[in-house]
Design a protein around this ligand. Sequence first.
Ligand code: FMN
Length: 302
Amino acid sequence: MDDSYRVNICGVEWRNPVTTAAGTFAVAESGKYFDPAELGAVTTKGVSAEPWAGNPTPRIAETPSGMLNAVGLENPGVDAYIAGDLRVLKDRGATVISNVAGHSEDEYVYVCRRLDATDTDMLELNVSCPNVREGGMAFGTDADTLARLVGKVRAVTDKPLIVKLSPNVTDITKLAAAAERAGADALSLINTLLGMRIDTRTGKPILANITGGLSGPAIRPVAVRMVYEVARSVSVPVVGMGGIMTGEDALEFLLAGASAVAVGTAALIDPAAPVRVARELGELISNPQVAAAIDAARVRTA
Ligand SMILES: Cc1cc2nc3c(=O)[nH]c(=O)nc-3n(C[C@H](O)[C@H](O)[C@H](O)COP(=O)(O)O)c2cc1C
């Protein structure tokens, strides 16, 4: 893997500007397809204080150029995560972003405090999951609620803190500003867009949860627009995601002002997609004109 395009995201060196998007990377399987240390960072699935069962099935529905999911943040709890996936990834030399979920402010604070005592490289607060009844998106759609949560988490950790924003709002720059003011070191966006499908034969929703989060290429233009708006309105780095399938898609986000990108749904189709995207992006950036355009985008949005 070409190391010529390293980036520094809030003091953490990434060997390239590509990470996995939370919830789309299986640690146990990953070694079969690529070495997680080849990526700029690996972002793990949302972890909560206690094991979380997730939603009933069906949890996935296909859509034109994308998918709906209502997995509902199923995870084994923070203790199992620390002893399991985090250990495996750190032992393999990966830079790890631990994605944090919670039902309440206290739960987010508890999980972040536990992770602060580990060797995770960064934390990412998922305040934007549309598939859980309590917590999740509730924290990410009201600026005051978000600022209070980020402030409380900021008080218990010195780890670089990324706040992952919800696209399910009218003006995402207001939420971005609230998170930055409350102490976020970086912002990531976008999480999934709230959607729904109905089976026309039965007249019933396809997902047991009724609604789910839309991801994949269908959401990319929305994601690029939101990254562009946020990158121009804050001074912290932005990690862009939403429908990235190729290096060229990733480049679009860098030109919109993102400092790094995450690959999600693409990895559910091709598990090696994150490293492929990193390679393709590296090739594109080796062209001096492309590198200059990315630098110009940073200056424009700074
Ligand atoms: C199956 C699935 C599970 C996800 N789980 C999480 C999660 O645990 N935490 C989180 O912040 N985002 C989660 N996401 C959202 C993704 O990280 C990403 O923000 C979104 O899917 C858009 O990127 P994409 O179009 O490349 O998938 C999940 C997405 C999918 C498809």
